[in-house]
Each structure stands twice: as C-alpha cells, then as structure tokens.
Design a protein. Structure first.
Length: 250
C-alpha cells in the first residue's frame, strides 16, 4: 500500500479562508474527524485523546497528573508540596493543543456536547498548571487562553440549549459565561479589559440575537418575579430583573 496521500488531497481540495473539516468512518468502523490543512490532512479520534494514545495507561496526561494529585492529597492530607515540572507543563500544553483542534472542529460540525467536554477539560489544564506548576511562567502562561476557552464553552452550552428548544437555558449559559469572564479579568486586575474583550462581545452578540426568541410567557414571568422582589425589598434582584425586562423590550 502506497504511503503517498496525493490522491486524498486532490479529492478534498483545501479552501483558504475557512476551516475545512469533515467526519469520516475509519477503517476500524469508528468515526474520525479530519481537518484539511494547506499541506495535508489532520485526523483525530472522536473520543479520548485526539491522537488515540493512552499515556501511562490513562486517557490523557491530564488524567494521569490529576490521579497523581489525588494520591498525593490522600497520602499527605493536602495538595501542599505537589508540583509539576517544566517538562510536565510543556507536555500538558502540547496535549491541550490537540483538544483545541478537536473542539474547534466539533463546533463547526455542531457537535456541541463534544465542545463542552473538551473545553471543560482544557479549563482543568489551566487550573492544574495555575495551582501546581513549579515555575511562575508555567503557572501564568496558559491564563491568556482562559477567556477564549470560556467563551467557546458558553457558546456550545447555549447552542446545545437552542438545539433542544430551551432558550431560557441558553440565556443562562451565556450569562454564566459572561460572569466567568468578568471574574477572570477582575482577578487578573484587568477590569477595564472586560468591556473591550472580543469574547465578551461575542457572547453579548449571541445573547442579543437570542433574546427576541424568548416566548411571551418569559416576559410575564420576569414581571411577576420583579413584583415579588420589590415586595420583599430585594432591590438588588429587582435591578437585575429590570435589566432583563429592558433587554427583552429592546
């Protein structure tokens, strides 16, 4: 069997300016994701680690290191003293890139549950390295990607809710994503970056497009809750509900 993939590349031409992705059935009968690049084709597994490997017998390096952390806590009584070397952090970053490629592809294929799975997983990588990397640079380097991953996860959650005809759940997912972004910029001491963030603008744009799709009964429910909040003198909640009603009217 020839190792030359020229025929495959000719059959699936690369289109500049867009992400070229498709789902195919592998020779083993299992689905595979393929991403067409300018110089070739990247193929990924749908489940588990995208390259199909099981490092150290685990589904991923992240799973391995989390298991090591659990064992450390069980033995020592706390996570204190557990650390990741520079090489281990580099390997975790390289692995996270694989999941990034897959969840971008899955978003285009509208497999939102897989996007939620992989973005949630990559946020765990940020948390693990941020808390336990042995060097300051390794603790900080991945944080620049948190807004994008958070936004993608919120979009996937909202898109799945819309697919399930649950507009209220979609709005809730977007609001949770916006709150997570606000908290991120606040903790980073960059509160002014929240309003300028492209991720925030993307989620707000999605929310604006979704709001008119809410049923009329949703407006009635908001009015009922507003009246109840005022009666109970819960003015903070009342202010939030007024904002919700104003956005519905707009």
């Amino acid at each position: 069997m020839s190792a030359d993939i020229s025929k495959l590349l000719q059959e699936w031409a690369y289109e500049p300016g867009k992400i070229n992705v498709r789902m195919i059935e592998g020779d083993d009968g299992e689905p595979k994701i393929q991403l067409r690049l300018d110089l070739g084709i990247m193929q990924m597994q749908v489940w588990g680690r995208p390259d199909g490997h099981r490092p150290r017998g685990y589904d991923s390096l992240l799973d391995y290191h989390e298991a090591q952390l659990d064992q450390h806590v069980e033995k020592q009584g706390s996570p204190s003293g557990f650390s990741l070397s520079e090489e281990e952090c580099r390997e975790l970053r390289d692995e996270a890139v694989q999941y990034y490629h897959r969840y971008v592809c899955m978003m285009l294929l509208e497999d939102y549950e897989s996007v939620i799975r992989d973005t949630t997983r990559n946020l765990r990588v940020l948390d693990l390295c941020g808390k336990h990397a042995s060097t300051e640079s390794d603790r900080a380097i991945l944080e620049q990607f948190r807004p994008y991953i958070t936004m993608m996860r919120a979009r996937a959650l909202a898109s799945q809710a819309i697919k399930d005809n649950e507009p209220k759940a979609a709005l809730h997912a977007i609001d949770e994503g916006l709150e997570a972004l606000k908290q991120h910029f606040s903790e980073a001491g960059q509160q002014d970056m929240f309003e300028q963030s492209n991720e925030v603008k993307a989620l707000r744009g999605m929310r604006d497009a979704l709001t008119p799709k809410l049923p009329v009964s949703e407006r009635s429910e908001l009015k009922r809750r507003l009246a109840q909040a005022i009666e109970q003198e819960n003015y903070e909640l009342a202010a939030i509900l007024r904002d919700e009603l104003r956005m519905l009217k707009e």
